[in-house]
Structure formats: C-alpha cells, structure tokens
Design a protein around this ligand. Structure first.
Ligand code: NAD
Ligand code: ZN
Length: 256
C-alpha cells in the first residue's frame, strides 16, 4: 500500500500543476475545529438525531419546532466558538495563489468565510446558520436577534412583522436545494482540473454528485477522508487521514 507521505507528495505535485481547483467539503473538514460530524462519538448529534430534522417535521407541529429551536440554540453557540483549522486555512491559501475556482460546501458553519475564502468562491449547498428566514413574509433576520429571544426564554420564536413561522436559513432534509448555488456548483466543476473532496462520506445527494461530476469532466479527483467513502473507487488518489494534517503538508510542499 502506498504510504500517506507518498500520496501527499503526489497531491502536492498535482496542486502545483493545477490552476482551477475545486474543493468539495463536508462535516469532516470541521471536526478538527470542534464541530462533530454525524458519525463521531459524543457531541450534539448524540442528543439529537439530525435525520429527524426534516422540513416536514419542522413546519408540521409546534413540539417539533420547540425541539429544533433548542438544538439550534446549542448549534449557534458551538459554531460561534469554532475557529477554522489547517484544512480551511489551506483552501484560503489556494485562493490567494489564484489556484482556487470554488469551495463547494455542505457545511453550514461559516468556517470557510472565517478562514478567509471570499464570498464569490464559497458555494453553500445547504445554506448557513447566519440568517433566519420568515417562511410567510420572506423577511431575513440576523441569527443574533433570534438567539437573544431564545436566551430570554422564547421556545418557538415567530416573525415580529407578520407572526409567521421562522426557520434557520439552512437546508433541511426534505427541502429543495437552492437553485443558484446548484447552478454555481455545476459551473465550477466544469473544466476544473483538480477536485479535492475533503471530509465527506459522499452519501448525501445531490451534493455528493459534484466530485464525480468533476472527474467525468476530465479533472483529477482526490478524496481526503478518515474513512472509506462511496466514491473511493472512482478517485485518482484516496488519502484516509485527517484533513488538517494532510492539507497543511500539501500546502507546505506545493506553495512554498
Ligand atoms: P458525514 O458526517 O456524513 O461524513 C463526514 C466524513 O468525514 C466521515 O466519513 C468521517 O470519517 C470524515 N471525517 C471526520 N473527521 C475528519 C477529519 N478530521 N479528517 C478527514 N475526514 C474526517 O458528513 P457529510 O458528508 O458532510 O454529510 C452530512 C450532512 O451533515 C451534510 O449535509 C452537512 O450539511 C451536515 N453537517 C454539517 C456540519 C457542519 O456544518 N460543520 C456538521 C455536521 C453535519
Ligand atoms: Zn414574517
């Protein structure tokens, strides 16, 4: 078996040769920042089953909304304390070197923004937690306004303008994908020369289709994930290791 160090050298070589890199990131890129993924032991997802968080349940009854807002209060606190790690910073370094076409992310934690990637490079397929939307009048609120109300004891905050139903502006299971972001993601994988899939089990579709699409369009596909993924057999290189240490070393070798 080829050792991780040899694979990292090969990846660094490919990064040197590439100028249209697309990164595809999942929950695994943020675990080294203290935000657990769905599978890691401990943390938030053991108290709540995230697959219960369907759009239908959220709009369906007040009790579900109460549990969901309790979960979001904890998630807001967790996300606001989290700092980007070496893997997020590596993608910001690729942008500074004009090598990055886009970061397509499934994450809702805003760590790519915090790391320094620019708005035009970040494509958030599942929205983010910074905004809250009123499902009735369409008004957007900053999460801080809603968090303040939750901390004051409101269990199911509603819209102060129209008394409508508020929802975090993240994409729930069972909710349609945002069209603009899907189009931007499609455009970015067209003619990308290297796709780095980092920290994703590649099981949540349609998002997980983008790395394979990049490969089909002729780009190299590299998967960096601690565990095997559903797309390993299609990749040009698979590194089963931690995103932060791998990406820090790749950047050191490729950009210095
Ligand atoms: P996932 O939980 O299905 O898979 C994460 C993968 O990352 C796992 O295979 C795991 O082995 C790997 N991993 C964990 N830590 C790693 C590390 N340090 N280095 C390398 N690999 C590591 O997550 P997913 O594929 O993103 O899909 C699940 C859904 O969960 C997504 O829709 C996403 O929106 C949501 N989610 C987001 C966050 C976040 O915003 N940070 C957190 C949890 C879940
Ligand atoms: Zn409203």
């Amino acid at each position: 078996m080829v050792k991780s160090t040899e694979k990292i050298s090969r990846l660094a070589q490919w990064v040197r040769e590439s100028s249209k890199i697309v990164a595809f990131t999942g929950a695994g890129i943020s675990t080294e920042s203290g935000i657990p993924d769905f599978r890691s032991p401990g943390g938030l997802w053991e108290q709540y089953d995230p697959t219960d968080f369907t759009y239908q349940k959220f709009i369906g009854d007040t009790k579900s909304r109460e549990i969901l807002w309790e979960f979001f209060q904890s998630a807001y606190e967790l996300f606001s304390q989290a700092e980007p790690n070496a893997a997020h910073l590596a993608l910001a370094a690729l942008e500074r070197k004009n090598k990055l076409r886009a970061v397509i992310t499934q994450n809702i934690d805003s760590l790519h923004h915090k790391a320094g990637n620019s708005l035009e490079k970040i494509i958030e397929l599942h929205g983010n937690m910074e905004r809250v939307v009123c499902l009735d009048c369409g008004r957007f609120l900053d999460k801080q306004q809603v968090l303040t109300r939750l901390l004051q004891g409101e269990t199911v905050p509603d819209c102060e303008d129209c008394s409508g139903m508020l929802k975090p502006d993240a994409v729930f299971f069972g909710e349609p994908m945002p069209l603009d972001e899907m189009n931007r993601a499609h455009q970015s994988v067209e003619a990308c020369d290297l796709c780095l899939s980092i920290g994703s089990s590649l099981v949540v579709y349609p998002a997980a289709g983008f790395p394979l699409m990049a490969k089909k369009q002729g780009g190299r596909l590299v998967i960096i994930n601690r565990e095997p993924t559903s797309a390993d057999a299609h990749a040009d290189l698979v590194i089963h290791d931690s995103a932060g240490s791998v990406m820090a070393e790749v950047i050191r070798l490729a950009l210095s």
